[in-house]
Design a protein around this ligand. Structure first.
Ligand code: AHR
Length: 551
């Protein structure tokens, strides 16, 4: 692939892409070569001297709930399983997670968390109680008759979760039961996890469970969706619960505890306004580190694979709401928390489709994933990067076998989805300094399911800097048309560019156990002689440009 500098480019005719060609598919992207007379209609300016903030590695976090096939079959196969495992944890999952640096994992729910007693999940596994799973009465599971997914065998408890986190190098984030257990049980969980070796009866119990040293758990979610499955509280009632659980009395055991309040569903600004007002009135923000926002995107027909053009754009547009959700919630939080000490934590997000493509019927909310979902992941992660000053953590829902998963697994079969590849591409942003990007491109437009004219930006992305390495990630949402953009790096010279592109031959392609590599990225170096340069972003694609810079 080649690239041309701006001077060569201006006044040149665009003769087509010089990208790598794959059979049956157009250019997978690349610098645009030669010709005469047409300018790129899109521009991306990367302003390396305009920092936004450090991109918290925790923005690239995950979520594991005791729901359908997430824990049992997904993460936990058991020590005696024929599925290769590390102390009962699926080995293939651990190996696939390590390279993408999962900074944090939220567990055990979701709605399940407000029904869970952590004390059921400690002690010898063969003596742990079997309980009814929160999701056991879901109509899908009910229709399946007597399936294990309806009950909770407690084989995967606090120790197993902490071991999983250690294997993959992630911090644990525990979601606390506010709906059905008293604050005292939460405090005992904190003591069990964090009290120094041998210091208390609970620390001794922890040692008897195999872990003498404390787990040093920092992140604790005080309830989940407390406006709904987590208690159906009013904002004022929840604020009172938060105070009871979180203020003053929780010993820190030397850990910088970070509590996460149960925030709104999507755009519910009144939940935030009223909770924050109540907390501010009692000066009860102490230890509230994050405010959890949940946003799931969907398209009208709800199908993961059988989607048409409106459903393509409708889903991307639904995911794109994340931008306004962050800014509007942030503004309302600032009405009571003027210094913005509390940051946003988007601890559930993703594309949620109908359950028609799960790899096993017991995998409740299981679904397949295409390049459309990859674009949802990419544009959402770009949004988080652009708001690195506001969003401190985010957790895609859910890690495996549920909603927008990075992995699908059943028994000994395992695959990575297109969404996994986005996380791999974007790993370079973790811990880097987000810098401002100004993009302009002709918008894409479509007529939605209700015959309304709709529009979405034509290109979007984010950039971050780590020493001399600039990472620019860009999504082209156009279903059929590639987009040529003139890319200018302002404030630095470009010395080399490498491009990795995730696209699909057909947008409905997806990875299956039989064909696990149908959708995967391709990398190529780009011959760039100067900045600005022109780059062609293929239709329906996610691109990472690794730009080496000199000053
Ligand atoms: O992720 C599935 C469910 O969605 C979670 O349990 C709940 O918090 C949300 O409504």
């Amino acid at each position: 692939m080649t690239a041309i500098g701006r001077r060569e480019f201006v006044g040149a005719v665009l003769a087509g892409g010089a990208g790598v060609l794959t059979p049956g598919w157009g250019p997978v992207g690349g610098a645009v070569r030669g010709g005469r007379a047409r300018l790129a209609d899109s521009h991306i300016d990367v302003l390396v001297n305009e920092p936004i903030g450090t991109i918290a590695p925790e923005l690239y976090g995950h979520f594991v709930e005791h729901l359908g096939g997430v824990v049992y079959d997904g993460v936990w196969v058991g020590e005696r399983s024929r599925v290769p495992n590390i102390g009962g944890i699926r080995q293939a999952l651990v190996e696939a997670l390590r390279p993408i640096h999962p900074a944090v994992v939220r567990w055990p729910g979701g709605c399940f968390a407000d029904s869970y007693d952590w004390q059921d999940g400690i002690g010898p596994r063969d003596r742990r109680p079997h309980r009814t799973n929160f999701w056991g009465d879901d109509p899908h599971l009910r229709a399946l008759g007597d399936v294990p997914a309806k009950s909770e065998p407690n084989q995967f408890g606090t120790h197993e979760f902490i071991h999983f986190c250690r294997l993959i190098g992630a911090a644990p984030y525990l979601a606390v039961n506010v709906r059905t257990l008293p604050a005292r049980v939460f405090m005992a969980w904190v003591e069990y996890c964090n009290s120094p070796a041998g210091s208390t009866t609970l620390a001794q119990q922890r040692a008897a469970g195999g872990d003498r040293e404390p787990f040093a758990v920092r992140y604790w979610g005080i309830g989940n969706e407390s406006w709904g499955c987590g208690g159906n509280f009013t904002p004022e009632e929840y604020a009172a619960e938060y105070r009871r659980f979180a203020t003053w009395a929780v010993p820190a055991y030397g850990v910088d505890l970070a509590f996460i309040g149960s925030g709104p569903s999507g755009g519910d600004l009144e939940w935030t306004r009223r909770c924050f007002r109540e907390l501010a009135e009692r000066r009860s923000f102490d230890r509230m580190w994050g405010w959890a926002l949940h946003h799931y995107s969907s398209a009208p027909n709800g199908e993961a694979l059988a989607f048409d053009e409106p459903a393509w754009y409708d889903l991307l547009s639904s995911a794109n709401r994340m931008e306004s959700l962050i800014t509007s919630q942030w503004q309302v939080m600032g009405e009571s928390d003027r210094e913005h000490r509390v940051k946003l934590v988007v601890d559930e997000w993703g594309a949620w489709h109908k359950m028609t493509t799960n790899v096993d019927p017991t995998h409740l909310f299981g679904q397949q994933s295409t390049i459309r979902d990859a674009l949802v992941a990419a544009l959402t992660l770009d949004t988080f990067n652009r708001h690195a000053d506001k969003v401190a953590m985010a957790n895609i829902a859910q890690l495996i076998n549920c909603i927008q998963s990075l992995f699908l697994a059943h028994e000994d079969k395992f695959l990575v989805t297109p969404t996994y590849h986005v996380f791999a591409l974007y790993a370079a942003h973790q811990g880097a300094r987000a810098v401002r990007v100004v993009a302009s491109a002709p918008p894409v437009s479509w007529v939605d399911g209700q015959q309304r004219e709709r529009a979405l930006w034509g290109l979007n992305g984010s950039a971050s800097l780590q020493r001399d390495a600039l990472t620019l990630t860009v999504t082209n949402p156009h279903l059929t048309e590639p987009r040529d953009a003139e890319i200018a790096v302002r404030g630095a010279a470009v010395t080399a560019v490498r491009a990795t592109t995730l696209a699909a031959r057909d947008v409905h392609d997806h990875n299956t156990f039989e064909a696990p590599r149908s959708v995967e990225p391709a990398t190529a170096s780009v011959a760039v002689s100067a900045s600005p340069f022109v780059y062609r972003f293929p239709a329906a694609s996610v691109t990472k440009l690794e730009i080496a810079i000199g000053r």
